[in-house]
Design a binder for this molecule. Structure first.
Ligand code: ASP
Ligand code: MG
Length: 782
């Protein structure tokens, strides 16, 4: 059985580099027995249409020019993708084909569909060859040998047989989209942009499990993401809405694409060949996803009223103009929305029964859950009026509303409409990982917070995740009694299970809140982002990961318009990251940050007064739970080093952990061996600390353990974590034991620095700090 049919459109094959990218996707995602359906490369079909027109118009010069253009384009692809021997062979085959085209044109025997078919034939041949050079067993297949149509109807039984006879489980089949043949073996096409339809047809015939339509957008969006940056990519869209969008001319899916999937369980996905790791949109059966809101726009349409419209006539007309036609009935009359350039053809076909009501219309359609349509229609009318957009015709039925206007709907108006109509009543799915000290308090505080945010946001905690078990509930966990639900429903999981469940969530927005201290969990961030999750972390690992990984994560977040907050990874709830962002956003330049960012080290240094040995104090702190289980972890200074790195990156500096000099608060050799061996040598720690303490005292200063980062006028960065002697009376010398402190020097806070000080640890303040990040996120999404 064929597993998956992948379809790559023209934009995915527009250059040699794109072919290579497609080959990589196939290498990564396809198995023998899968099919790949291809369109013509780039705009080849448009060029061939022009070639046909020049033939019809008997414009010989034009014809020859265009033919040459086609040849050059193909040859360029060949020379960039193959070694000269292979390129030459393919090129001479191409030359033969072009010569027969020219000959047929001369002999007046050129046939339109046969001419257009070349685009797909070439791209299938080229891709199959490319795969072979990459040692992938593959073969190109001319779909005219698979799909036969008679009097406008595909011969399904016969086609199915042909497909099953040709397509086996032994290799990857690269099948031409767009084309088929009639009973006499003559070429026909399935309509412009018909390759999606070819893919779903093929999937139906070979009983495929899934179809992936690879295109140049990341999925199905609430509106055109190129025009409105806040457009929402929906993880799931139901077939009925997708079909309606297609009929309304939304370019992501084409009108006939869905019909072969009717009454099957074949999955359909829309994905971007430019970002293959991003999870796209799944088109699901009715009832498997909530209805969503969309705004789709159109240009250059004519509105035709038809008398005595016959059954099947819309289909015939669509076939005639090779374009889908939206049909609706208003006040007992039938209307068609036809691309202006095709009105003539449609009108002549209707022979007097078609009445052009309005021409050269633009406008938009709002598709929404039916209970919202009336309300949204009203809102849209108000916005259009406020924006001085003249509406010439409206129509609404239960599931959508049409506004046909004079002017095009420009990006600004579309953004306002989108803000008012779509960006509301938004949902946020919250995934909370880590239910230790802080995590439990965070969840406790959640109930109140969720209620508070509920006014503007439909926020649901859908998952609670521990290292080995998770509780996943897409409709939302009852946070007041989660322990109970946990006991009965929590399940063991692997990272892939978690990702799969996240991938299935049908929410507009998702956030993963990482309150673990796990390096392994932070390694999943790129996968979370690929599943369109925002991130909130208290965990420091990702923020201090190696620069290339970190930089890539930031890039990935930015590309997908996702946010990452990590306010509590430094100074718990203290608003240090906010302050740094705020200063920089308002035009200030930070030149120095110094401070104590470890509650433990703060407590130890500020409490020490010489009355007892330093190691005594360390053991005391340990018994009160102020330290890591092995306090040497604190004394090593590594935690502060990481926090300083996070702050440095907040200033836009590209550093790695090792770029920050580190001097531990103990003799280096004490780091070796187990805890007992340390205890046996604790006097060495006491001597180490005492000598430095006395030195500081002799200078009238206080011994502190600090991190300091400085950027000089030339942009040179120095960063260090270690022992420092603080001036008596300074904020750092006066630090309350246990508090964190950040002393920020900037252009504006130059002689008198900005100080942020307070508890930098503790489960309540940390949990509250995470809520502050969550609140920030909801405000940002609003
Ligand atoms: N190459 C054809 C066209 O441009 C079919 C397709 O792209 O799906 O219409
Ligand atoms: Mg196309």
């Amino acid at each position: 059985m064929t597993k998956v049919v992948h379809k790559f459109g023209g934009s995915s094959l527009s250059s040699a580099a794109r072919y290579q990218a497609v080959a990589n996707i196939i290498l990564g995602q396809c198995q023998a027995g899968d099919c790949v359906v291809v369109s013509a490369a780039g705009k080849t079909t448009n060029t061939l249409v022009k070639l046909w027109q020049s033939y019809v118009q008997k414009d010989d010069n034009g014809f020859n020019d265009i033919l040459l253009q086609v040849e050059n384009h193909q040859n360029q692809l060949l020379s960039e993708l193959f070694d000269s021997q292979q390129a030459n062979a393919l090129s001479s085959q191409l030359k033969d084909e072009l010569q027969s085209i020219a000959k047929a044109a001369k002999g007046d025997s050129l046939h339109e569909a046969t001419l257009l078919a070349h685009g797909e034939i070439w791209s299938a041949r080229l891709l199959a060859r490319l795969l072979s050079t990459l040692n992938v067993e593959s073969q190109d297949v001319d779909a005219r040998t698979l799909f036969t149509q008679h009097q406008g109807q595909l011969l399904h039984a016969q086609n199915k047989q042909a497909c099953l006879a040709q397509i086996k489980a032994d290799k990857i089949y690269v099948v031409t989209g767009f084309i088929a043949s009639d009973c006499d073996g003559k070429t026909i096409t399935l309509g412009r942009n018909g390759s999606d339809y070819s893919a779903t047809l093929l999937a139906n015939y070979v009983d495929a499990k899934a179809v992936s339509i690879w295109t140049d957008t990341q999925g199905v969006f609430s509106t055109d993401p190129r025009k409105v940056s806040s457009a929402i990519k929906y993880p799931k869209v139901c077939r009925v809405q997708a079909n309606l969008l297609a009929r309304l001319g939304n370019p992501v899916l084409h009108a006939k694409t869905l019909s072969p999937l009717k009454d099957t369980n074949i999955k359909l996905q829309v994905r971007s060949s430019f970002d293959p790791e991003v999870v796209g949109t799944e088109i699901v059966k009715q009832g498997y996803s909530k209805d969503k809101r969309f705004i789709t726009t159109f240009d250059e349409l004519d509105l035709i009223r038809v008398e005595g419209l016959a059954v099947g006539e819309v289909r015939t007309l669509s076939q005639l103009i090779q374009h889908s036609i939206h049909h609706f009935n208003k006040g007992g009359e039938d209307y068609l929305l036809v691309p202006s350039k095709d009105t003539h053809a449609v009108a002549s076909h209707l022979a007097g029964r078609g009445n052009i009501v309005e021409s050269h219309l633009r406008g938009l359609a709002i598709v929404s859950p039916s209970h919202e349509t009336a309300h949204l229609t009203q809102q849209a009318a108000t916005v259009l009026e406020q924006q001085d957009v003249v509406v010439r015709f409206t129509h609404s039925d239960g599931s959508y509303a049409l506004f046909l206007t004079d002017q095009s709907i420009d990006s600004d108006v579309l953004a306002i409409l989108h803000d008012k109509l779509v960006n509301k009543g938004r949902e946020l799915a919250v995934i909370i990982a880590g239910l230790g000290n802080v995590g439990e308090v965070f969840v406790e505080q959640c109930q109140k917070q969720v209620e508070k945010l509920q006014a503007t946001f439909d926020l649901k905690v859908v998952a609670l995740v521990r290292s080995k078990e998770m509780l996943f509930c897409p409709s939302g966990i009852n946070i007041g009694s989660w322990q109970q639900q946990w006991r009965s429903e929590a399940q063991a999981y692997q990272p892939e299970d978690l990702l799969e469940r996240i991938g299935e969530l049908d929410y507009e927005n998702k956030v993963v809140i990482d309150i673990t201290a796990s390096d392994a969990f932070s390694n999943m961030y790129p996968s979370f982002v690929a599943h369109d999750c925002h991130l909130i972390s208290a965990n420091k690992y990702a923020g201090t990961a190696e620069q290339t990984w970190y930089g890539k994560l930031l890039e990935q977040l930015q590309e997908r318009n996702l946010h990452w907050r990590y306010n509590t990874s430094v100074g718990a709830g203290l608003p240090i990251n906010f302050a740094l962002a705020d200063l920089q956003n308002s035009g200030d330049t930070v030149t120095r940050i110094e401070g104590v960012f470890s509650g433990t080290l703060s407590w130890l240094c500020s409490s020490f007064d010489g009355s007892k040995a330093f190691s005594e104090l360390v053991l005391e702190a340990q018994s009160m739970g102020y330290t890591e289980p092995d306090p040497r972890e604190d004394l090593s200074g590594r935690d502060m080093q990481r926090k300083l790195l996070i702050l440095a990156r907040d200033l836009g500096l590209q550093l790695d952990v090792d770029d920050i000099a580190l001097e531990p608060l103990m003799p280096v050799h004490l780091a070796d061996g187990n805890w007992d061996s340390f205890l046996a040598k604790r006097e060495a720690l006491d001597e180490f600390y005492q000598s430095r303490y006395e030195q500081a005292q002799s200078q009238g200063k206080a011994l502190r353990y600090t991190g300091a980062l400085e950027v000089d006028a030339q942009g040179k960065v120095s960063a260090k974590v270690g022992i420092a002697y603080a001036e008596a009376g300074s904020a750092i010398a006066n630090l309350t034991p246990g508090d964190n402190i950040f002393v920020i020097t900037s252009q504006w806070y130059e002689s008198n620095p900005l100080v942020i000080q307070g508890p930098g640890a503790g489960k309540e303040v940390t949990a509250a700090g995470i809520h502050s990040d969550l609140y920030w996120l909801t405000q940002k999404l609003k």
